[in-house]
Design a protein. Structure first.
Length: 696
């Protein structure tokens, strides 16, 4: 009988497939003889990219709202306040009194200049690697900090080392520093990793950021240059291309010792970063809630900046069009400060990179503003001798000291310290911790349901879309329970509803319990087409950065969406008991929903992290970019969230934040921690851990 009804349903939907586009995929088979489900869709397969449009529109509205003070005093206050916000939001560490501890491992003597391979202390016990190019003579010379962008071999790459050679031949001391996590500071010596995505984003969980780490390092690099007896500390500039160009912009905004900068193929607008592919090292958390790139440039005035853009650049965020938007917005600020000659731009017909034309433009600009020579126009570059990359290595293979720390080791050490501190707190103010968690999640309001769209049901599922006041459409598949007192289970998976276990759906159906299946923002039917699934590290990479630019987090957005679904079930369907059963990153959203909305009876976290503490150099991309929450380990950890939820919590197959199974003694240690915190929070509901093979 069921198969017959299924046949009639499919026939009816095929007959009506041209009547309404919303029904175009509802005729999919829902249950096969094997018991596996293919869940029906609610939106057209090639419909509107809702995530992209929503976030791009929001970015545009924020950008258009920014205004600059129209007087010098106001601009001074603006610059000071922006500097403090950048430091706070990125976690910049400034310690000028820390000994530099400069170590030289090699000196390369070339005609007219020398190159020293060095490493030096950027934080207490943490060292950075670099090449120091020094012209012949006594000086004092002007100096330039060169910050490489995303070139695999960083300072050793031919295109990157040309900048140092060129500057030294023109009478500048140049320090080229490996960015945090790149070059000789990668995870494993000799393997040149990409320092961003999940790896770099892990810094946010300890209250820092990859941008902040780079700014901190670069401030120390300026300390180093200023300390050299053959450098004039009043004449320091900075340059870099791509991500390196972004670095010098932020450095100049924070460190006023930098008198002139030349960012290459990096200038644009922050609005253009939203839903575009850029590195997490270029992410200012919450940035678009208080500034635009023009604001950062304005904070540099009246110091000198020349922006260089390439007409053939494939990255739209760095296009000449975006650069000109910022230039035109900020030019009146330089005029007001009588610094008309301190800002300029150039558009060169080249692809993305740092080429000879760029270096010649850079030389002319620095000659004018650091030497007082020329007119600021491009200066011809002399012939350059490129060295084998091995010549510029600070360390021979296998000799890198532990002080040149990699990102995950640093996150583990800092995270362990933070966890030790919060576990020592004997008294926990639950209400205060809830309010702090709301700020971390960036949840400052509860969206309302403004419309409910109902589509024709299938044999098994009701099909509903909730439209909310924050311009979202939440797709729901609903299977009603046997009676109104039976629990309703909200089932979610971090990679979309099609990844939900068919066995779980079948099990709940046999029990007669209600089921709601949905796709959270950025997953399944409501995923953005801008996200690539061909590289694991890029899943939700684009949206995660966009949300943070706009003062949000994906986990916070998911929490609000789940709260909206709970609201719908309780208000519109009079549901009394709600369980959220969620897999991987979505499990954390389920737990946070129980805290924020206090209307969930219990939560189940499958294959979810048991802690935010980094514990391994492996599987950094097991979870996607939705997992990261700025400052979560400063607040506490998942164990604390479980305690203040005050509802039964079940972990099934718990893992580390690297996706490594947690079992045996390690699991027992976490069980003790969870029990301890639940007692301190006065939570009587249980927290249960089920490993593979356990029975309820």
């Amino acid at each position: 009988m069921r198969l017959f009804l299924l046949f009639l349903s499919c026939l009816w939907m095929n007959c009506n497939r041209h009547v309404t586009t919303q029904n175009c995929q509802s005729q999919q088979t829902e249950k096969k003889d094997s018991g596996t489900y293919i869940l029906p869709h609610l939106f057209p397969e090639k419909g509107e990219d809702m995530v992209f449009q929503r976030l791009r529109n929001e970015a545009f509205r924020k950008t258009e709202s920014y205004k600059f003070p129209d007087n010098i005093a106001g601009l001074t206050r603006f610059s000071d306040e922006l500097r403090e916000k950048i430091i706070k939001k990125t976690g910049v560490v400034i310690n000028h009194s820390l000994p530099l501890e400069i170590h030289e491992t090699k000196a390369i003597h070339l005609k007219d200049y020398i190159i020293k391979n060095i490493y030096f202390q950027v934080r207490d016990g943490i060292y950075a690697t670099g090449n120091l190019y020094i012209p012949e003579g006594e000086g004092p010379f002007p100096a330039v900090l060169h910050t490489p962008g995303h070139w695999d071999k960083s300072k050793m790459d031919a295109e990157m080392q040309k900048v140092g050679h060129s500057l030294a031949l023109n009478g500048y001391v140049c320090l080229t520093i490996d960015p945090w996590g790149a070059g000789e500071r990668s995870m494993i010596q000799g393997h040149y990793d990409y320092h961003g995505a999940n790896l770099g984003a892990s810094l946010m969980n300890i209250g820092e950021s990859l941008m902040g780490a780079q700014i901190s390092d670069n401030i120390r690099a300026v300390d180093l240059l200023s300390s050299l007896p053959y450098v004039d500390p009043s004449r320091i500039g900075a340059t870099g291309a791509s991500g390196g160009g972004s670095q010098v912009l932020w450095l100049a905004a924070v460190d006023q010792r930098v008198k002139a900068i030349v960012p290459v193929v990096s200038s644009g607008t922050f609005e253009a970063f939203v839903m575009r592919r850029n590195c997490v090292c270029e992410l200012l958390p919450d940035g678009l809630t208080f500034t635009e790139e023009a604001g950062v440039i304005a904070s540099i005035a009246p110091r000198a900046i020349k922006m260089i853009s390439h007409a053939q650049d494939a990255n739209p965020a760095f296009s000449p069009l975006e650069m000109m938007k910022s230039y035109n917005r900020v030019k009146p600020v330089f005029n007001l400060m009588k610094a008309e000659n301190k800002i300029d731009y150039q558009i060169i017909d080249l692809p993305h990179g740092y080429f000879k034309q760029d270096r010649e433009s850079m030389l002319g600009w620095f000659d004018y503003h650091l030497k007082g020579r020329g007119s600021g126009k491009p200066k011809e570059e002399p012939p350059i001798e490129i060295l084998d990359e091995k010549e510029l290595m600070v360390f021979l293979p296998g000799t890198r000291p532990a002080e040149v720390i990699n990102t995950l080791t640093y996150c583990h050490q800092a995270g362990s310290k933070l966890r030790t501190e919060f576990l020592q707190h004997r008294k926990i103010h639950v209400h205060k911790k809830k309010q702090e968690l709301l700020k971390i999640l960036r949840v400052d309001f509860s969206p309302k349901i403004k419309n409910i769209q109902t589509f024709p049901s299938t044999v098994t599922w009701e099909r509903i879309v909730l439209e909310t006041t924050d311009n979202k459409k939440i797709p729901l598949l609903i299977m009603s329970p046997a009676n109104k007192n039976t629990p309703f289970n909200i089932l979610i998976h971090a990679e979309g509803k099609q990844h939900i276990s068919p066995d779980l759906i079948h099990e709940l159906e046999l029990k007669g319990e209600g089921i709601v299946v949905t796709d959270l923002s950025g997953t399944g039917e409501v995923a953005s087409a801008t996200e690539s699934t061909t590289m694991k590290r890029q899943i939700l990479h684009t949206q995660a950065r966009a949300e943070l630019w706009l003062g949000k987090t994906i986990l916070g957005e998911w929490t609000q969406e789940l709260g909206t679904i709970v609201q719908y079930l309780q208000s519109n369907r009079r549901v009394k008991h709600v369980v959220i059963d969620a897999t991987k990153e979505a499990g954390l959203a389920a737990l946070f929903t129980a805290i924020v909305y206090q209307s969930v009876d219990s939560v189940v976290l499958r294959n979810a992290p048991i802690s935010y503490l980094c514990d391994s150099q492996n599987n950094v991309d097991y979870f996607n970019m939705a997992i990261h929450l700025p400052g979560i380990l400063e607040w506490g950890d998942i164990s604390l969230a479980s305690a203040i939820a005050k509802v039964p919590v079940t972990f099934i197959d718990p893992v580390s934040v690297q996706g490594i199974p947690v079992c045996n003694d390690q699991l027992q240690s976490y069980k003790t921690e969870y029990d301890l915190l639940r007692k301190r929070c006065g939570t009587k509901a249980y927290c249960w851990f089920k490993e593979i093979g356990d029975n309820p």
